[in-house]
Ligand binder design. Structure first.
Ligand code: 5GP
Ligand code: ZN
Length: 114
């Protein structure tokens, strides 16, 4: 837990998050500024800034939850696909320094471009 990390505050319950799934080591919640309806984030519960710093167990927990959630998120908003991605590092656009995987529902009407 990092005191000044917004995602740690959601994990601890100090600030509200719209949680969609939880396991022992990972949490999924809706993005506050969604790129599309149903845009969800999957995070390790342990504060970790970069993907390469995740331990093997935490990594498995995060990606297992991503794998489980993909069909659920897609069905929940009747999407036709999802973009699943990570901005790893500030230079890559990472704004919140706590590893998170974006699940962004996509629709045929989007036109297919990222
Ligand atoms: P990044 O650019 O770091 O990959 O993405 C950070 C994401 O976190 C953004 O999509 C942003 O909308 C989301 N976000 C930032 N602050 C909050 C917050 O307080 N609550 C939630 N649920 N999402 C947040
Ligand atoms: Zn954190």
């Amino acid at each position: 837990m990092s005191d000044d990390c917004i995602f740690c505050s959601i994990i601890s319950g100090d600030i509200p998050g719209r949680v969609v799934a939880e396991t022992d080591d990972a949490l999924a919640f809706l993005d506050a500024n969604p790129l599309a309806p149903g845009h969800a984030l999957v995070v390790p519960k342990a504060h970790t800034e970069r993907l390469a710093d995740l331990g093997a167990d935490e990594s498995r927990a995060v990606f297992d939850l991503v794998h489980d959630l993909v069909p659920d998120v897609e069905a929940a908003v009747d999407a036709d696909g999802l973009n699943v991605g990570i901005n790893d590092g500030e230079a890559a656009g990472q704004e919140v320094p706590h590893v998170h995987v974006h699940l962004v529902p996509r629709f045929e009407s989007d036109g297919g471009s990222p």
